[in-house]
Design a protein around this ligand. Structure first.
Ligand SMILES: [Zn+2]
Length: 263
């Protein structure tokens, strides 16, 4: 599933390639034909991400709301591009780029007020400037749910998915089953700082790279897929050499090191 860094990068790339002139919009698959007709020949004024939610505003006042969910993809090709293959819900086309959206859980047109209502229910986004983590701190420290589940709750912190939650908790030395209530102020501060830094790096690099180059012995730009994570889907801990364990938390498996993340 795409995590917050993917959606923020997507918004940036949409802004770079679809503005400022009117674009063409259509629904090759047909399921979004009416919506595409309303966007066709209007200009996108800005795309922005809130956690895993993507909003593209148009000069008509309409907002395209997209949530990719587990399997959705929104990918560009240079223009002009050949006819799409497969189930493309929406194609947006400028003079320089063609974007195909397929398999989203959400693709709808909403108003600015409806966007504001959705955003008000989303938690602090570590990738947005001036994002205030105090609400997230209070909700976490008041909760008896495991921190591993709280980090996936998009109404608390927006943008962390299954890979980042495992990596962040390992980096901060926090066992995923510890309750939110047991998280100290210092631990929360470290977790938030690390989240901001890691997700920003994810946007910059276009992939999740959480490991420290000094530990791996290679710069991040040259890391292989095997180098770039500490615990997610791994079997042996890079730090202590012990076995990585898994737990089912928040409905999904989480990987952690029982030695480096004591209960
Ligand atoms: Zn370890």
């Amino acid at each position: 599933m795409p995590e917050g860094h993917t959606i923020h990068r997507l918004a940036r790339d949409l802004n770079d390639t679809l503005r400022p002139h009117p674009i063409r919009a259509r629904s090759p698959q047909g399921r979004f034909a009416d919506g595409a007709a309303l966007l066709d020949r209007t200009a996108m004024t800005g795309a922005e991400a809130w956690g895993k939610y993507l909003f593209c505003s148009f000069d008509s006042g309409l907002v395209l709301h997209v949530h990719l969910g587990l399997i959705g993809k929104f990918r560009p090709k240079p223009a002009p591009a050949p006819e799409p293959v497969g189930m493309v819900r929406l194609r947006l086309e400028s003079d320089i780029a063609v974007w195909d959206l397929s398999g989203p859980t959400r693709c709808e047109l909403i108003t600015g007020d409806e966007q504001a209502a959705i955003v008000s229910r989303i938690g602090a986004d570590p990738l947005r400037r001036r994002s205030d983590p105090e609400g997230a701190r209070q909700r976490i420290q008041a909760s008896s749910r495991p921190i591993g589940a709280l980090l996936l709750d998009q109404t608390i912190i927006a943008g962390i998915g299954n890979v980042y939650r495992a990596e962040l908790l390992f980096i901060c030395g926090i066992h995923p089953a510890r309750t939110g209530r047991s998280i100290t102020d210092d631990e929360f501060d470290r977790l938030w700082t690390e989240t901001v830094e890691q997700l920003r790096r994810g946007v910059r690099m276009g992939r999740i790279v959480t490991t420290d180059p000094d530990e791996i012995g290679r710069p991040r730009s040259r890391m292989t897929d095997d180098d770039r994570l500490y615990v997610y889907h791994r079997e042996i801990c890079r730090r202590c050499g012990g076995p990585i364990a898994t737990l089912e938390i928040g409905g999904r498996p989480i990987w952690y090191c029982p030695t480096d993340q004591p209960a």
